[in-house]
Design a protein around this ligand. Structure first.
Ligand code: NA7
Length: 546
């Protein structure tokens, strides 16, 4: 019999005090750290569960991982010095280059000394009497902070589908958002890839090159526009270096924060012949710019139909087998009403002899077996399964933090019917908690660094204001939060975005998740203006206490 241990005195874990605590060391956490520590002079602790900086770009190392924003817009614009010192190599930055960039910034601004790596936050509770947040970590550390800032990203909680039998699979399986650092050797392997969102569309051509055979399991077919990725010319690099003010100004003026202007014309304006020529030209330029060819593609279904039929015809032109082409082109939602992917040879990949497409909407996956995937009609023998099945977007990463606010109310309980926030920045009942790129802010609908810089600058100015005025506590009034939630819904309803029932913007990709449109679709300039006006009117809608 094991001896009963003598009762030993329980030593409470020492508590580390800090003025601000930031969770996450990706794009937003790093800039927030710099702003609070180096501009306002606060003591700041960042907690990061990875062993390096990078956030999304630390985890998403799957084959073909690349940003869909053009490289010269996917960087910080707050510092001319940083802008001058960095040059991208390609039109779209690959994962490894983005990670190098974020490490460059972190080193250049000496940020890593304020980051505790390999530290997963497991809970944070607001202590009302002390007006402090108590943050605990997986390894039992405790932190006490006045300001708690979540910088956990929007797409960082992997959605691994609960398909029966996964535990029986004798091969290897991976989720694209948790990719092994050493990579995966596909040579000689029969690979199954589940999911045809942006990630699946990026990974398919690269895996097909390496694997013996690739079977793509498609539930919802998707549009895709060629990225036309290429090394940047010296001329373009010079243009970027000489025009950063102009590029910043364009990014700040467009609804999606990208460095291109949306045309003023309607898709109904030109003749059919001219419209086709405009789409052809946009197709040859490629990328997310395709959307900017007409102003009304996201608000007018008939206008959108012209784009979607052009893109479906492109699929039929590219894919040689008519049955496969039909499965790929059988798209049931308006173009760009779900996140529009861009690709490098995606549709062309289905012309390879070693690639098969399985339509799991017509023939659903029933289970995973020891040796593959069983659909209703066939068993697909596989050595490796890749889940490109996306994320529990926006709310998933926040829910994992187990935040408990005033009166012991948990955020997870409060958001059971869907997220509610004021400006996507704060939640009523959670004083001094700021949620960078949180649900209710433009976040994933915008080129992320633009959204992040706006949020961080607003939060930094706000904290400076609280300190200057001697305000101890800030949180939104419940009625301001309710009104903003209605504005978020109204902004989505004014577009085609909220009309797609199977979109992750609505939470539809995660079984049981409430269907609430999460990001603010009113555009970044409008959002920026609203936030500015709120601050100028003495932080209208927020409650302060001393
Ligand atoms: P997405 O866009 O959510 O795509 C996930 C894909 O996986 C999509 O095709 C899903 O089909 C599919 N999926 C999810 N669960 C299943 C199951 N159970 N069976 C079959 N297929 C499934 O995630 P991504 O990683 O591609 O992109 C996320 C964002 O990252 C992207 O938008 C960019 O902003 C960067 P569905 O459409 O739900 O029918």
């Amino acid at each position: 019999m094991a001896s009963v241990p003598q009762s030993s005195p329980i030593t409470p874990a020492p508590v580390t005090d800090t003025e601000a605590l930031i969770i996450g060391a990706g794009f937003s956490g790093l800039y927030q750290l710099h702003s609070l520590r180096d501009r306002l002079g606060l003591s700041v602790q960042v907690l990061e569960m990875a062993d390096g900086v990078g956030g999304t770009w630390y985890w998403n190392r799957y084959p073909g991982a690349r940003c869909d924003s053009e490289s010269h817009s996917y960087m910080y614009y707050f510092s001319d010095a940083l802008l001058k010192e960095w040059q991208w190599s390609e039109r779209y930055p690959g994962q490894a280059e983005i990670l190098r960039y974020l490490n460059f910034v972190a080193d250049r601004l000496d940020l890593k000394r304020s980051v505790r790596f390999n530290t997963r936050v497991t809970g944070a509770r607001y202590d009302e009497a002390a007006n402090r947040w108590l943050v605990s970590t997986e390894s039992g550390e405790q932190y006490r902070t006045r300001y708690l800032i979540t910088a956990v990203g929007c797409l960082s909680s992997a959605n691994i589908p609960a398909i029966p039998g996964l535990a029986d699979f004798t091969g290897r399986w991976y989720h694209t958002g948790q990719w092994p650092h050493e990579g995966v050797d596909f040579s000689g392997k029969r690979v199954g890839l589940v999911g045809t969102g942006s990630t699946g569309i990026q990974a398919t051509p690269v895996i097909a090159e390496a694997a013996a055979h690739l079977t793509v399991f498609q539930r919802t077919p998707n549009y895709s526009v060629p990225a036309h990725n290429a090394p940047l010319s010296e001329g373009f690099k010079r243009y970027v270096a000489d025009n950063s003010d102009r590029i910043r100004q364009v990014m700040h003026s467009t609804p999606n924060g990208h460095p291109f202007i949306i045309a003023q014309r309607s898709a109904h304006d030109p003749s059919e012949h001219e419209r086709k020529a405009l789409y052809e030209s946009a197709w040859s330029i490629g990328g997310l710019r395709f959307r900017s060819v007409f102003r009304d593609l996201l608000v007018d279904k008939a206008a959108n139909d012209t784009a979607s039929s052009f893109l479906k015809n492109k699929i039929r032109e590219i894919v040689k087998d008519p049955a496969t082409a039909e499965k790929l082109a059988d798209i049931d939602h308006p173009f760009a009403a779900k996140r529009p992917p861009i690709d490098t040879g995606y549709f062309e990949t289905f012309n390879r002899p070693n690639v098969t497409l399985v339509d799991v909407r017509a023939d659903p996956i029933e289970r995973i077996t020891a040796t593959g995937i069983q659909t209703g009609k066939a068993h697909h023998e596989l050595d490796v399964i890749v889940f490109a099945t996306g994320f529990d977007a926006l709310t998933g990463p926040l829910k994992k933090l187990n935040l408990v606010g005033r009166g012991g109310v948990s955020l997870n309980a409060l958001w059971e019917a869907g997220p509610r926030s004021y400006l996507g920045l704060q939640v009523s009942g959670f004083p001094n908690l700021f949620t960078l790129t949180g649900p209710g802010s433009p976040s994933v609908l915008v080129n992320m660094p633009v959204a992040i810089e706006q949020h961080v600058d607003w939060v930094t100015d706000c904290i400076a204001h609280l300190r200057k005025e001697g305000i101890a506590r800030m949180e939104p009034r419940p009625e301001a939060m309710e009104a903003w939630s209605q504005q978020v819904q109204a902004a989505a309803d004014a577009t085609l975005l909220s009309k797609v029932p199977h979109s992750w913007y609505l939470g539809a990709n995660v079984p049981g998740k409430p269907r609430v449109f999460m990001p603010y679709a009113g555009g970044m300039p409008r959002y920026r203006q609203i936030c500015q006006e709120v601050a100028q009117r003495g932080y209208e809608g927020f409650e302060f206490s001393r």
